[in-house]
Write a protein that binds this ligand. Structure first.
Ligand code: HEM
Length: 429
């Protein structure tokens, strides 16, 4: 869907600008971008994520003005921000709670894409850019968490960097070499903290760059929508402004209310209280577990008794997401018309939430048992369900167009044996 520019400069200045740097045209075209008329509130999370990224960057830059990346001073410098720096009591919790809100929004955004088949042609690159953003978000959040230099930060870094040590089992000495290079020493130390701080400051800007590409790709393919049907005629779309801007503004307001509730009433609710204790290399906490948004992967890592295989499956559990556009063989995008897939999808959501819960529990007894069950389904979803179900499932009849779906008139199957929307997708390929 390429969008013809409908902008005409209204003043002498606009004409002058338009011939030199058509940035006003860019903004105007953005606002008039045709969006499917049936987008629901799940399509507001992209805007919410943009807000989250900006909030993290702004609060983070201010925090960095007062934070000291030194292993003797880091913990106290955050106490200093909270107690002495003007507005520090507000900026620090916004940044900390903001990380959780960011991940909450990104999971809704990703699972929305998974449900409505937003990764299918022609949106594969859009999806891959999204996954790259997600991978960088995880790296950034991990590094940011370590900066507090509390007990859980320190031991979390020790455990996660320690995973590189398993490379020794592949090539002798390689793991030790990589590990010591990353740490800048034999164990987590002040040099490690410096590296983590430097990269934690850098990566959000790389994420911002990827977001620009992500939105560019979106503007080439156009939005998917709850029916998964491609846009066919003008009546299928409405301009982004005021229709989506109004929806985005409402959704963002509700999101900010929830965000503010956490910041003002329970800022530490999602964090581990052990992290309020300064890092101590001589005292390992009884349980080491990451923040909630990493726990599904952590549960997978721990559910495998062999360390090397644990690391391999841990990495695979993230890498598989990148390949979803090619793993899914169905010609129908939206789960709305895929009854069997819907069940598999919700089972995947249950497994993901189950793993999130179990990743915060000690690795023993029933916790391990259920981690294994959910992990098996997690991988089966990618490797078995997505490729096979698309080949054997009979989709439900689909409307002929987005407009028809909104007006509630169902069209026939089109005689090809495939629902009409599926035919359209097959033609596009
Ligand atoms: C900083 C993080 C991110 C930002 C700021 C962002 C921003 C956006 C925006 C503004 C949109 C259009 C509005 C919408 O559909 O909600 C969008 C769409 C999309 N995003 Fe993201 N995104 C981010 C992360 C991700 C991730 C991690 C994925 C997962 C792979 C992803 C996949 C997609 C897809 C597939 C679409 C098209 C959806 C559709 O039209 O149905 N995004 N993104």
């Amino acid at each position: 869907m390429s969008h013809e520019s409908s902008y005409t400069p209204n003043s002498g200045f606009e004409r002058w600008m338009d011939e030199r740097l058509p940035i006003i045209r860019l903004g105007a075209d953005f606002l008039s971008f045709p969006t499917p008329r049936n987008l629901n509130y799940l399509w507001t999370f992209g805007g919410i994520l943009t807000f989250c990224l900006m909030t993290q960057i702004i609060t983070g830059v201010v925090l960095a003005m007062h934070y000291v990346p030194n292993d003797k001073l880091a913990f106290d410098s955050i106490e200093h921000i909270m107690r002495d720096v003007p507005w520090g009591w507000l900026i620090q919790p916004i940044h900390m709670v903001g990380a959780s809100m960011f991940f909450f929004a990104v999971y809704i955004h990703m699972f929305r894409g998974l449900y409505f088949g937003s990764y299918k042609a022609p949106r594969e690159i859009l999806w891959i850019l999204g996954m790259l953003i997600y991978a960088l978000m995880m790296a950034t959040a991990f590094m940011g968490y370590s900066l507090r230099w509390g007990q859980m930060s320190f031991w979390g870094v020790t455990v996660i960097t320690g995973l590189f040590g398993t490379l020794d089992e592949v090539i002798k000495g390689l793991g030790t070499f990589v590990l010591q290079t990353i740490l800048g020493g034999y164990s987590v130390n002040g040099a490690t903290l410096n590296r983590l701080f430097s990269l934690h400051y850098l990566l959000p800007f790389a994420i911002a760059g990827l977001v620009v590409l992500h939105i560019w790709a979106l503007h080439v393919s156009g939005n998917n929508n709850p029916t998964g049907l491609s846009v066919k005629k003008d009546s299928d779309t409405v301009p982004f402004h005021p229709y989506m801007t109004a929806k985005d503004a409402f959704s963002l307001s509700v999101f900010i209310l929830v965000f503010a509730w956490f910041v003002f009433y329970v800022p530490g609710y999602l964090a581990d209280p052990i992290n309020n204790e300064q890092a101590n290399a001589l005292k390992t906490p009884a349980e080491i577990s990451p923040e909630w948004y990493f726990r599904p992967y952590y549960a997978i890592l721990r559910s495998i008794p062999n360390k090397l295989y644990g690391v391999i499956f841990f990495a695979l559990s993230i890498v598989l997401w990148f390949f979803v556009p090619w793993l899914d063989t169905s010609r129908v995008r939206s789960a709305k018309y895929r009854p069997a897939y819907r069940w598999c999808f919700w089972l995947f959501v249950v497994s993901f939430i189950g793993l999130t819960y179990l990743g915060g529990k000690p690795p023993e007894g029933w916790y391990v048992f259920w981690s294994r069950i959910f992990s098996i389904y997690y991988f089966a979803y990618f490797i078995v369900v997505l490729p096979l179900l698309g080949l054997i499932e009979t989709p439900l009849p689909m409307p002929n167009s987005i407009t028809e779906s909104v007006l509630g008139k169902l069209g026939g199957g089109g005689g090809s044996g495939l629902p009409q929307g599926a035919t359209a997708l097959a033609e596009k390929r």
